[in-house]
Structure formats: structure tokens, C-alpha cells
Design a protein around this ligand. Structure first.
Ligand code: ADP
Ligand code: MG
Length: 702
């Protein structure tokens, strides 16, 4: 019955009603549990009652006293009324005024005891302006203090919640107070007592009370940095449920066994050596070893390959593919866009030219007879490596013996695609590749259920890209540099930001930019590439650029990932201030892929803040993607760092991935310990199962 209490829908509570319930629902609050398991924005100490005689102008104060007199004043402005009350305690009295709240004359009547909280001003005389008020049953005659249990909004440390539609912070405070006062004394705690003692966590009921209505004397700075034992318990609970789900998912994979087996022998090693055009770097070798070890296991691989742009992930993936194919299995290689899929297809086919393996490309534009033929050959096992977009695993595509799925530059979809494959009865090894270095602080959260390999070094002979930051007014210098490169036979990218909100305007600007560039470089060919173009038009432009027919590619961010044109040696990024650091770094990775010294120029426009400029400057200091990612994360926070919800980041209500990072680590260790020692209780598992879809906005576990 006590657990049911927390499940009570807010709309059934007295005084809420359908309209307010809808406002709360809109910010994700539909049950009492939702209401209690979220933090206020901040806390205000309204408990420190001041003797009235000591009041000075400036700052907000709380006072307690009796209303000695009151009146409603009209002013010269028609309809504008001021309600004024004189409030007194044992030391003195002070007027308080409220604008346009005539109804107060019926509430704050003479002899009523109140606590007020608000600013004190000196003009035209010392007075309190529009204070929060609360009527109290009684005020202790000796100490002048309000009876603590009787106030909600004043005379104590109060929570300040985020406004939700018409639900003001004050209304929410009242609601939470009511809900807490009626909370059953025997509210069950999903953490057994012995666990709480070991982890030094307060019990659930006490933690919830203290989180919303902290006892007098709780240090406000502690509260406002969310570090009281009660708050820590609430955060820990959230993190624990999240980590428990991740771990159960991971362990479920470990219990699966794939139908196919993979062996590696000298013949396969020999065949790998035969296709390798260069010597692998140490990082590539390390990653490959981990991948191939995984593939030889009975349980399916679920691995993420992280490596900065240009680190050489593709060849590692290809060698893994080769191992699968040599074992008679098929491989699916998926890229986020058709252009990338095509580029991968061309380079993979070339690398496999001398082998006996058959490589094909299947994208959304493959149609008609050709499509039917490909699908038939795929299900008959006549294709060994199929390259395409993520559409590859959807719809009517059937494999003969899919052994490995490689997902490029799309870490966010890895989980979904694995699930899609599972649903088709397929259990291939899965290798996800990303050039977005995941800062250490997030890796635990985002990839808690994946194994991770990292390539930290770069292929030899890479020259650092010279990066400069310039105001738009120095455009002429920039074009001079571009011309120098073009005259030397190189090619250039000019990138324009395109964000969804202002897509039309941006697209127009990008188009105009291409025209302008053509005027500036009349003897060279300039072309425009953007995401709204038809697929075959995009392909034509990309191919022409790759073959050197087009010299300057004016583009929106569609070139962001993966494209490889070694002869391109200069990139100009317009409106660099509108990009995230990691994104700029990714873009920059499109140059510096050949033997030539490459340049990246970040053009910014005014107005730009000092911090904004410093941010861009950071890119000139380092080419290390991991360092840049850490900076980016610090500056923008996890949500913006990844862009969207699809990132695999949980939506957290109380915890903060950066602030509470060490708690997340503790939660993971504890979740592992529970699983190892098999001490999980049914209520904990039930709470976790409910929390995953409902609270974290993630796919269900198990
Ligand atoms: P990314 O990790 O960004 O996907 P790629 O796999 O596209 O990087 O590799 C970038 C470039 O580096 C390609 O042209 C590739 O042929 C080359 N490359 C990869 N590994 C090596 C290596 N060990 N030695 C020399 N060149 C390499
Ligand atoms: Mg790549």
C-alpha cells in the first residue's frame, strides 16, 4: 500500500485538477514518485528570522511578527492599488507593501501572525517590497520564532522548483509539502537496511523529506550544490538503477551464444597481410587484436572502436571483416549517409580486389531489378561483404549467414541496430566505430554496456593541420591563402553551418557563398553540396570533387564525417562560432589526409564573446580529439555535446553526469557487486525495469 502511494497519479490529488496535472505532466511529472524524485532548482534560507529593528536595505530577509495595521492605498495611476501592512515583533516594526493585490486586505488582517520573506528597500522609507507571506498559527512569544512545522513557504529553508505551466514554484512547494506530510511512515525502501548501512545512505523516506524540506541548520551551500546525505542518496538511487540496467543488459549478452564459430589460423593471417597496403600502427594492431579475440568467443561481440578522425579505423574494420569472410560468414558494413557508404564501397572493393570475396553496395537508391538481384544473391550467400546505409538491416533484407555487422560513425544507433538484428533472429558480432572521442567522464554512462577499443595514435607521416582563427574582416587574406593552394594543384573545402531551425536562410546563404566563391576564383570550378540535394546530384558533385574536376567544394556540414579526399589541403569554416568544438574538429579532419601541409581557417563573425573566441582558440592549441572533447563537454554540458536524446544518454532528474561523476562510478561498482553476489532484491529489479523506459527515456532492459 505504501508503494502504491508513490504511484498515485497527481491528477487525483486534492487541489491539482486536470489543468494543473497537465502542466505537470508536460514536464514529466505524473506521479507522486516523479514529484519527489526530482530536485528543486535551488533552496532559499528563509528560516533565519531577523529582528525587525536590525533590518537594513539590500538583500532578502525573513521576519516574523503580528500585523499591527493595514490599509489599501489608491495611487495617482488609475486602477493601481497598493496594499500596505505594518508588521511588528518584540524589537520594532516595518511596513510591507504589495502592488495590485487588493485581495490581501481580507487575508493579512490586523493581529494575524505572519512570516514574511522578501527584499528590504530604503526608499522612500525602509520597507519590504512584495514579500512572500505566510500566515502562521502562532509565534513563540519568547523567541519571536514561528512554529517550524506550521510554515511551508517562509520561516525555514524552502525549495524553489522550476515553474511548470501555470504551476508556480509556490504552488508546487505547497503540493510537495502536502504529499510529504501524507507519506506513509512505513514507506518501503528498495535498498535493504544492511546495504544502506554499508553505503552510509539515509533511508528513503527521510531522504525524500530532507531533499525537499531540509531541516533548519542544513548548510545552504551544501544544499545548493546537491551534496547533503539526503540528496546524495536520491542521486545514488537514480544512478544505481541506471547502471544496474546497463549491466544486466551487458550480462545478458554474455549469456548468449552465437550460432557461428570463428577461427583464426596462418592462412587467414597470410590473407590479411596480402591485402594490407601499409603497416598498421600500434593502436590499430591493439584494437584489431581485441576485436579478433572477441570474434573468436562464443558470445557475440559488442564492441566500440574509438579513434580520432584519420586514425585509420576503416582498415581495422576491414581486417575484422576479412576474418569473418574467411570463416565463410557474411559482413554488413553500414555508414550514416549514402555518400559515405559509396566511398567505403569503392575503397573496400579496391582493397579486396585481389581476394575472392564479392563486395556489393546496397543503398536506398538501389532500385528495381538491380535491387532484387542483390537481395537474392545476399540471401543465397553469393555476396560476402555488403556495404550500405542503416537501411541494410531494416526491411526485407535477408542474409545467408551474417557473421559481423560494422556500423560506422553512428555510435548512437548501435544499440537499436543490434536489437533490430536480434529481432530477425540474427546474432552477428557487432562493431561500432566512432570518431567522436567520448570523454572519460561520459564513457561509463554512454557505453557502459559496450567493450571499448581505442586507437590513440595516428598513421605516420601526417603533418599537423595548421589552424588559425580569423575575423570575417580578414576574408581577403583567407582567399589569398586558398588561391595559393589551388595554384599549387590542391583543392579546398568551404563549409557553411546549417542548422535545422534556420535551414532556409542558411541554405540560401550557402548558395550565395558558392556563387561568390566562383566569382573570386573564376579560373577554378566551384560546386555546392548540401543535404537537401537529390542523392544522385550529391553523388555527382562528390565524385567530381574526389576526382579533382571540382576544385572548391562549398558545402554545408554534410561532409562532416568520413569523406576522404587526400588532395584537399585547405578548409575554411564560415561562422565557426556557431559550431561545437568537437564538430569543428571532425570537419577539420577532412583535410590533412594527404602528404601536403594542410590548413584550416576558422572564420568568425561579430558579435563574439571573449569566451567564444577563446573556445575557438583552443582548436589551434591541440589536434588531440580527446582533449578537445573534454573541453567541449566542460563548455557545453553533456546534452549539447551529443546533440540529442539519441545519444544513449539517460535523461536524469537528480544526477548530473559531470557534477556527480564519482557517484556514478560508485553506483556502477555497487551494481556489479549486487550482480556478482546475487543480492538483488525483487523491488530493486522492479524499480529498475520501470525506471528505464519511464525515467531514463531509454529502451527497456531485457
Ligand atoms: P578514420 O579513422 O577517420 O575512419 P580512415 O580509416 O579513413 O580514418 O583512414 C584515414 C587515412 O589513413 C586513409 O587514407 C587510410 O588509407 C590511411 N591509413 C590508415 N591506416 C594507415 C597506416 N597504418 N599507415 C598509413 N596510412 C594509413
Ligand atoms: Mg572513417
Amino acid at each position: 500500500m505504501s508503494t502504491e502511494y508513490l504511484q498515485t497519479q497527481l491528477q487525483y490529488l486534492k487541489g491539482v485538477g486536470p489543468k494543473r496535472a497537465a502542466d505537470l505532466q508536460r514536464v514529466g511529472l505524473s506521479t507522486i514518485e516523479d514529484l519527489l524524485y526530482r530536485f528543486p532548482l535551488r533552496y532559499e534560507d528563509r528560516g533565519n528570522l531577523q529582528p525587525i529593528s536590525s533590518l537594513k536595505a539590500g538583500g532578502e530577509v525573513a521576519v516574523a511578527g503580528r500585523i499591527q495595521s493595514s490599509r489599501l492605498r489608491t495611487t495617482r495611476r488609475p486602477g493601481f492599488k497598493i496594499f500596505e501592512a505594518l508588521i511588528g515583533d518584540a524589537t520594532g516594526s516595518i511596513p510591507a507593501v504589495w502592488m495590485n493585490q487588493s485581495f490581501l486586505q481580507d487575508i493579512l488582517r490586523r493581529d494575524v501572525h505572519v512570516v514574511l520573506f522578501g527584499p528590504v528597500e530604503a526608499h522612500p522609507r525602509l520597507q519590504m517590497i512584495n514579500p512572500d507571506y505566510e500566515i502562521v498559527d502562532g509565534i513563540d512569544g519568547d523567541t519571536g520564532e514561528a512554529d517550524d512545522s506550521s510554515t511551508v513557504h517562509t520561516g525555514r529553508i524552502v525549495p524553489v522548483y522550476e515553474k511548470a505551466g501555470a504551476m508556480t514554484p509556490k504552488m508546487q512547494r505547497r503540493l510537495v509539502f502536502d504529499v510529504i506530510s501524507r507519506m506513509p511512515a512505513d514507506l518501503p525502501d528498495p535498498f535493504p537496511e544492511e546495504v544502506r548501512r554499508r553505503l552510509q545512505l539515509p533511508d528513503r523516506r527521510a531522504a525524500l523529506v530532507e531533499t525537499h524540506f531540509p531541516r533548519a541548520g542544513t548548510p545552504p551551500d551544501r544544499l545548493n550544490s546537491f551534496r547533503t546525505p539526503a540528496q546524495v542518496r536520491v542521486i545514488f538511487e537514480e544512478f544505481f538503477l541506471f547502471q544496474l540496467g546497463l549491466m544486466m543488459r551487458k550480462r545478458a549478452t554474455l549469456r548468449e551464444s552465437k550460432p557461428q564459430t570463428i577461427h583464426v589460423d596462418d592462412r587467414i593471417r597470410q590473407s590479411a597481410r596480402a591485402i594490407l597496403p601499409f603497416k598498421l600502427t600500434e593502436g590499430q594492431r591493439g584494437a584489431l587484436k581485441e576485436i579478433v579475440e572477441d570474434m573468436q568467443r562464443e558470445t557475440p561481440m559488442n564492441r566500440l572502436l574509438q579513434g580520432d578522425v584519420g586514425a585509420g579505423k576503416t582498415i581495422v574494420a576491414l581486417l575484422a571483416a576479412l576474418v569473418a569472410m574467411e570463416n565463410g560468414l557474411q559482413v554488413a558494413f553500414m555508414a550514416p549517409t549514402e555518400i559515405l557508404a559509396e566511398q567505403h564501397f569503392l575503397s573496400l572493393r579496391k582493397l579486396l580486389e585481389k581476394s575472392r570475396f564479392r563486395v556489393e553496395l546496397l543503398t536506398g537508391t538501389t532500385a528495381g531489378l538491380r535491387r532484387r538481384d542483390l537481395l537474392a544473391r545476399l540471401s543465397a550467400g553469393d555476396i560476402d561483404l555488403i556495404v550500405g546505409t542503416h537501411a541494410l538491416v531494416q526491411g526485407k533484407v535477408n542474409f545467408h549467414s551474417l557473421g559481423l555487422a560494422i556500423i560506422d560513425e553512428q555510435h548512437r544507433f548501435g544499440v537499436v541496430q543490434r536489437a533490430t538484428l536480434r529481432a530477425k533472429g540474427l546474432m552477428p558480432d557487432v562493431l561500432v566505430m566512432t570518431a567522436t572521442p567520448i570523454p572519460r567522464t561520459l564513457a561509463l554512462t554512454v557505453y557502459g554496456d559496450l567493450d571499448v577499443s581505442v586507437i590513440r595514435d595516428m598513421p605516420p607521416g601526417r603533418r599537423a593541420i595548421l589552424t588559425t582563427v580569423k575575423p570575417e574582416s580578414r576574408r581577403d587574406d583567407v582567399y589569398a591563402l586558398v588561391r595559393g593552394q589551388l595554384d599549387a594543384g590542391r583543392q579546398a573545402y568551404v563549409v557553411y553551418p546549417l542548422v535545422e531551425e534556420s535551414e532556409k536562410v542558411d541554405l540560401k546563404a550557402a548558395t550565395e557563398m558558392a556563387d561568390t566563391l566562383q566569382e573570386i576564383f573564376p579560373e577554378y570550378r566551384v560546386a555546392l553540396l548540401h543535404g537537401r540535394m537529390k542523392q544522385d546530384a550529391k553523388d555527382r558533385v562528390m565524385r567530381a570533387f574526389a576526382s579533382g574536376e571540382i576544385h572548391v567544394l562549398a558545402s554545408t556540414t554534410v561532409i562532416e564525417v568520413g569523406i576522404d579526399v587526400p588532395n584537399a589541403s585547405v578548409m575554411v569554416i564560415e561562422h565557426a562560432e556557431r559550431f561545437g568544438l568537437s564538430q569543428l574538429h571532425q570537419l577539420r579532419g577532412r583535410v590533412g589526409r594527404g602528404a601536403h601541409q594542410s590548413h584550416c581557417i576558422l572564420l568568425y563573425q561579430y558579435p563574439i564573446s571573449k569566451q567564444g573566441k577563446a573556445r575557438l582558440q583552443a582548436l589551434t592549441d591541440t589536434t588531440n580529439g580527446f582533449e578537445i572533447a573534454e573541453r567541449d563537454l566542460e563548455l557545453r554540458g553533456p546534452g549539447d555535446f551529443f546533440g540529442t536524446r539519441q545519444s544513449g544518454l539517460p535523461t536524469l532528474r537528480t544526477g548530473d553526469l559531470l557534477r556527480d561523476h564519482s557517484l556514478m562510478e560508485r553506483a556502477r561498482d555497487e551494481a556489479a557487486r549486487f550482480l556478482d553476489e546475487q543480492t538483488l532484491t525483487a523491488p530493486l529489479v522492479a524499480r529498475m525495469r520501470a525506471a528505464w523506459p519511464h525515467r531514463f527515456g531509454l529502451m527497456e532492459v531485457g
